[in-house]
Design a protein around this ligand. Structure first.
Ligand code: MOS
Length: 784
């Protein structure tokens, strides 16, 4: 499945052209001054004061506002459209529909599937039908209501479990299978199950989740003659540039994309949307800048989701805890178009634990719903929901502690990749051992398992994770400039998607150049002025960019030291930079302030260029994690209170402890959302429409839903084999084990296995009632 998504987002493993590599790469850091400390964000003031300009804040002179009319039906054909009312409406400057010659543009969902921008056959609720640009947002939205559309309403299917039923409506003429069943196999699962002492089988489901970022998706589009500038809320300006240039048939040099800030993406902002293209077309038609952001309600329909997953998992284990076989079959959906509906769903099954015999079979099906987009660790939390509950059940069956069972099955190499490459580092053991210690696992587990009285029950559970990328890699080019007064400019193409990328990169420069991070001016995420970078996704931004930044800073440092060496008459090898001064290592009284270096003043500016070095050719870099959770369950109301979480991560070197912990807390919070409350509710009966498409009805976790007692415990293991800063990815592994850890804790508290998300009070009460009734029936000899 990984193979089908080899785009820039999953850049690792893709053969890349040689990157220029001037000079040898620096040795790993031994001792650091600033790396690893808790450093507040370099743009904290801008973010907190509101002076940071997000794309949705951009206001240009003469700017118009765009709005999109969308299909209210999950499956319908536009028979007739009359836009004349909108064209005459107050303040309206342009209207586009499939009838407009400017809109005769194709949107490539895949190589085979290309659809008109305003395709008359609407396959999901929210497909664009027409668009307007007007003086104000209200005029634009009012004008949409004046567009008359006659729809032929078609039968729909919005439940992937029914998409292959006899008589199910076809989303595409080819049927509802996106691809043939995707099969992975190693060893012999039949033999493996025959060798097992215990074999368990269970069905699991996770519901569809929506990304719900704080800033909606959209852009401001402006043309200067033949050059298009887009201020887009995105995770990667170069990815937007490439896609927009391709769709509009423009040279890359004529598309400038700027994205200095963005209010959350989680994978849903790795690509432009039809809204991006529509904004550009409206701007070209009117000759004025156009701002077009998707409405909050529409973000639930059209900008992606974590698709629902239906998983059957069978597992075999020996009494000594060795796994003998794993078999998973999965059914998923990316909605109405090819969008990776089962992408990476089986990855943890294939890779997390040592197991010689593994088979997975995945079916990706079309339904009449909005297309999926990658969402924080695509496929992994869903797969972990199944695998990590299964591990819990296996441990119980063979009478082994769940942590112990996992420790018995650690692999030091990648089992599912060709040639079984070794991991550059494997901190899973440390995560399990240190996490259990910090959580007080052994003692709590004994206590909760013994105490089953009363209707308030405590339980503890855990789960672990591997993330299939997270080592980053080339290409990346970074420029560091040192001005003659000692101030520094860092120029890089990467986006800071809210995770603190700018801060960490400033720390890297500060480490090498001996300046404070907050005096470093950063230019980033602008295809017009910065260097090429891949998108910030896949938890690869730090391991990709930090070695390039370090190389650029060192390139500057070498030049400064050379100039200072001539003036101080001390060899370069005996000099270093500290607190804005070049200092002799042997005699600290011999020094010169950077602004006082005459040669530097004459030069005006020193420029250092850094390139991301290639990854080791025969190894693979993945991060690991384990999480421990304590819950309190009310057996009468079905309410689960999550009391405590310990999240422990092997993400290589800790770069900024503050932003590191932020990622851990955020990932746990998002995982709690998947476990407890989030669900896209589609009306499968009458309308096929989404029932909870707003922030009120679609619940995401708030401060009250997460424990006050959350601990982030980094396993600070720098990985020198991976790259020259030793860092691995963090943002996604932190959300993989969470939901399963909660479910395992709920099982420990109640004896009830919850195999479907969300673990709502309603679902729990039903399960408790069924279990109690089952027990009573059994007592009365009624069997089952
Ligand atoms: Mo992501 S789903 O790597 O932004």
């Amino acid at each position: 499945m990984a193979e089908e998504r080899k785009d820039t987002y999953y850049a690792e493993g893709v053969p890349l052209p040689e990157t220029p590599q001037p000079g040898a790469q620096p040795k790993p850091w031994q001792k650091t001054n600033i790396i690893g400390k808790r450093v507040a964000r370099v743009d904290a003031y801008e973010r907190v004061s509101g002076s940071a300009e997000f794309p949705s804040d951009v206001v240009l002179p003469d700017m118009l506002y765009g709005a999109i009319l969308r299909s209210p039906h999950p499956h319908a054909r536009v028979k007739r459209i009359d836009t004349s009312g909108a064209e005459k409406a107050d303040g309206v400057h342009a209207v586009l529909s499939d009838a407009s010659p400017e809109a005769n543009i194709y949107w490539p969902y895949s190589r085979e599937i290309r659809m008109k921008l305003f395709d008359p056959l609407c396959r999901y609720e929210g497909e664009p039908v027409a668009a307007v640009a007007a003086d104000t947002p209200h005029q634009a939205h009012d004008a949409l209501r004046l567009i008359k559309v006659e729809y032929e309403i078609l039968p729909f299917v919005v439940d992937e479990r029914k998409a292959l039923d006899q008589g199910a409506p076809s989303v595409h003429a080819s049927g509802n299978r996106v691809t043939p069943v995707q099969v992975y196999e190693r060893g012999d699962v039949q033999k493996g199950f025959a060798e097992a002492d215990v074999v368990l089988e269970e069905t699991y489901r996770t519901e569809c989740e929506i990304h719900t970022p704080m800033e909606a998706h959209g852009c401001v589009a402006k043309w200067d003659r033949d050059r298009l500038t887009l201020w887009e809320s995105t995770q990667g300006v170069y990815a937007i540039q490439a896609r927009v240039a391709e769709i509009l048939g423009l040279p890359l040099s004529k598309v400038r994309v700027i994205g200095h800030y963005m209010g959350g993406g989680f994978g849903s902002k790795l690509q432009p949307g039809k809204y991006t293209i529509i904004a550009a077309l409206l701007a070209r038609k009117t000759g004025r800048p156009v701002k077009l952001f998707v409405t909050r309600e529409d973000t639930y329909l059209v900008v992606g989701n974590r698709p629902p997953a239906n998983m059957r998992l069978k597992a075999g284990v020996k009494k000594d805890g060795k796994l003998t076989a794993l078999y998973m079959s999965g059914i998923g959906t990316g909605g109405a178009y090819p969008a990776g509906g089962t992408s990476l769903l089986d990855w943890v099954v294939k890779e997390l634990y040592a197991c010689p015999n593994v088979k997975t079979e995945l079916s990706d099906l079309y339904i009449n719903a909005g297309p999926a987009r990658p969402m924080r660790a695509p496929g992994h939390p869903q797969g972990a929901w199944a695998l990590e509950q299964m591990m819990d059940a296996l441990a119980e069956k063979i009478g082994m502690d769940p942590v112990e069972l996992r420790l018995k099955n650690i692999s030091l190499f990648s089992q599912s990749r060709d040639g079984n490459p070794a991991y550059t580092s494997t901190g899973l053991r440390e995560c399990l051992v240190e996490g259990a210690k910090a959580f007080n696992w052994n003692e709590l587990r004994k206590k909760t398992s013994a105490d089953k009285k009363g209707h308030i029950r405590r339980g503890v559970g855990m789960a672990s994770a591997v993330w299939f990328v997270g080592g980053g890699g080339p290409p990346s080019t970074v420029i560091v400039k040192l001005f003659s007064d000692g101030s520094v400019n860092l120029n890089m193409g990467a986006s800071d998607i809210g995770t603190g990328t700018k801060t960490v990169m400033a720390m890297v420069v500060a480490e090498e150049l001996g300046v404070k991070p907050d005096v470093i001016q950063i230019e980033h995420a602008d295809t017009g002025t910065t260097q090429y970078a891949t998108s910030s996704g896949g938890s690869k931004t730090i391991p990709t960019e930090s070695p390039a930044v370090r190389a650029a800073a060192i390139a500057v440092k070498q030049q400064v030291l050379k100039i200072a060496s001539e003036e101080l008459k001390i060899p370069v090898a005996d000099l270093t930079i500290r607190d804005g001064q070049v200092v002799s290592l042997a005699d600290a009284s011999k020094k010169v302030r950077i602004p006082d270096i005459a040669g530097l003043k004459r030069q005006g500016l020193l420029v250092g260029i850094g390139y991301r070095h290639p990854n080791p050719p025969d190894k693979i870099t993945n991060p690991f994690a384990a999480q421990f959770c304590e819950v309190e369950v009310n057996m009468k109301t079905g309410e689960v209170k999550i009391v405590r979480f310990v999240g422990t991560n092997d993400s290589g070197r800790v770069m900024d402890r503050l932003t590191y912990d932020n990622q851990v807390f955020g990932g746990i919070t998002m995982g709690i959302g998947l476990a407890m409350i989030e669900k896209r509710a589609l009306d499968a009966g009458q309308t096929g429409k989404m029932l909870n498409r707003n922030w009120h009805d679609y619940k995401i976790p708030t401060a009250l839903d997460v424990p006050a007692d959350m601990v982030s415990l980094p396993i600070d293991l720098p990985d020198p084999a991976a790259n020259t800063t030793g860092a691995k990815g963090l943002g996604e592994p932190v959300t993989i084990p969470t939901a399963a850890a909660v479910a395992n804790a709920v099982y420990n508290a109640t004896g009830v296995r919850v195999t479907s998300t969300p673990m709502s009070p309603v679902q729990l009460c039903e399960l408790f009632a069924r279990t109690t009734k089952g027990a009573k029936d059994e007592k009365a000899g009624k069997g089952r």
